[in-house]
Design a protein around this ligand. Structure first.
Ligand code: KG4
Ligand code: ZN
Length: 345
C-alpha cells in the first residue's frame, strides 16, 4: 500500500488504464500524455449471437481476458509492472458485474505494487479521448458526447470540471442507432452497420429532428425518431411497398446527427470556445465526423476528433483521464465500489 502522506506526485507518470464497463476488456499505458500502448479483447462477436450484450457473458469474458490484456499492454509499452506509477480503472457507469472484474483486478494490482488506485468515470474517459489526438489540448472547450448510454453537449471549463449544456431527455443517440439497426434487420453492433447501409442510400424519408422544439433549454429526444423509423417500415410493409432500407438508414442518420452537430457548434460560438471535441461510440460515425468538422471549419473553430478506435470503448481514454486525476492528487480508496450509473455532473 502506498503512503499518502509521503507520496510525491510525478509530473510525467506511467499510468496503466483498465476498462471493463461493457463488452470490451481493455488496457493501455500512458507516460504523461504520450500513449505507449492500447489493447482490447472484445466479446462483441459472442454477444452478436444474442443480438446485444448479455451481462453475464460479458462478466465471464472479462474474467478470462483481463490478465492477458494487461500483460499485452505492458509488453507493448515496454514497461514492467514495477514501472507503473498509478492504476486507473473505470468504476462506472456500466454493467455492474463487468465493472467489478476490472475494478477488482486494478485494486489488487495497485495494492501489490504500492501505487495509487484512480477510479475513473467512464464518461470523463470519453471526454479525455480528445487528448489522444491533441496532447496539448487545454480547456475551455465544448464536447459533443454521444455514446450508447449518454448524449450531451458539455462545456469543459477546467481539467476537473464540466457543465452539461444540453442532453437527451430519453434514449441516447447510440441506443437509437442500435434499435434502428434491429428494425432494419442489421446485426449487433448496430451503429456501425447502420452507417455502412446508409452509404448506399438517399436521404429521402421524412423523419423528425432529434432536437426538441420549444424546450426551455436545448434538449434532444431519440424515442420519437426511433418510433418514426419503426412506423415508416411498418406502414410500407402494410401497403406492400418496397422501402429501400438504405434510404431509411441514411435519413435516420441525418436526423440523429444533424441537430447534435448544429447545436454543438452554436454552443461553441455562444461560449466563445475556440475548440470543439467529440467522444463516445457515435463519434466514430463518418457522417457525424465530416459534418462536425465542416461546420467547425465554417465557424473558424478547431475540431479535435479522437481516432475512431478511441471513440468506442477503450482503455487509452481511461489512462488519459487517470493522468488528469493523478496530477490533481485525486486517488481512490481500495474500498471503491463499482456503480452502474453516475450522473453526468
Ligand atoms: O461509447 P461506446 O462504445 O459505449 C458506451 O459507453 O455506450 O458507444 C457504443 C455506441 C453503440 O450504441 C454503437 O451502436 C454506437 O456507439 N456506435 C456508432 C458507431 N460506432 C459505434 N453509432 C453510429 N455510427 C458508428 N460508426
Ligand atoms: Zn463508452
Amino acid at each position: 500500500m502506498y503512503d499518502p502522506l509521503s507520496f510525491k506526485i510525478k509530473p510525467s507518470p506511467v499510468i496503466l488504464g483498465i476498462e471493463s464497463s461493457c463488452d470490451e476488456t481493455a488496457a493501455a499505458v500512458v507516460r504523461g500524455r504520450e500513449l505507449l500502448s492500447s489493447e482490447i479483447i472484445s466479446s462483441a462477436e459472442e454477444q452478436a449471437k444474442y443480438g446485444g450484450v448479455v451481462p453475464e457473458i460479458a462478466s465471464r469474458a472479462h474474467i478470462d481476458a483481463v490478465d492477458e490484456v494487461v500483460k499485452r499492454a505492458l509488453a507493448g509499452a515496454g514497461v514492467s509492472a514495477d514501472g507503473i506509477d498509478g492504476v486507473a480503472v473505470t468504476y462506472g457507469a456500466g454493467l455492474l458485474g463487468a465493472l467489478l472484474v476490472g475494478l477488482s483486478f486494478a485494486k489488487g494490482l495497485a495494492y501489490s505494487l504500492g501505487v495509487p488506485l484512480i477510479g475513473v468515470n467512464h464518461i470523463r474517459g470519453h471526454l479525455a479521448a480528445a487528448y489522444l489526438s491533441d496532447p496539448d489540448l487545454k480547456p475551455p472547450y465544448i464536447t459533443l458526447l454521444a455514446s450508447g448510454g449518454h448524449t450531451a453537449i458539455l462545456y469543459t471549463k477546467s481539467a476537473l470540471s464540466f457543465k452539461t449544456l444540453a442532453a437527451t431527455c430519453d434514449d441516447a443517440a447510440g441506443e437509437a442507432f442500435d434499435k434502428v439497426a434491429r428494425v432494419l434487420g442489421l446485426p449487433y453492433p448496430g451503429g456501425v452497420n447502420v452507417e455502412k447501409l446508409a452509404l448506399g442510400g438517399k436521404c429521402s424519408v421524412k423523419l423528425p429532428s432529434a432536437l426538441v422544439r420549444n424546450a426551455e433549454r436545448a434538449q434532444f429526444s431519440y424515442s420519437g425518431l426511433k418510433t418514426a423509423v419503426i412506423n415508416a417500415v411498418h406502414n410500407a410493409a402494410q401497403r406492400g411497398e418496397e422501402l429501400a432500407r438504405e434510404d431509411i438508414a441514411c435519413s435516420f442518420q441525418h436526423s440523429a446527427v444533424d441537430a447534435l452537430v448544429k447545436k454543438t457548434v452554436e454552443f461553441a460560438v455562444a461560449y466563445g470556445a475556440d475548440t470543439v471535441t467529440a467522444g463516445g461510440g457515435v463519434a466514430a460515425n463518418g457522417y457525424l465526423r465530416d459534418s462536425l468538422s465542416a461546420l467547425c471549419r465554417k465557424a473558424g473553430i478547431r475540431c479535435i476528433l479522437p481516432e475512431k478506435k478511441f471513440c468506442t470503448d477503450n482503455a487509452a481514454m481511461i489512462a488519459q483521464e487517470g493522468l488528469t486525476q493523478y496530477l490533481a492528487g485525486n486517488f481512490s480508496p481500495l474500498s471503491l465500489n463499482a456503480r452502474a450509473q453516475i450522473p453526468l455532473g
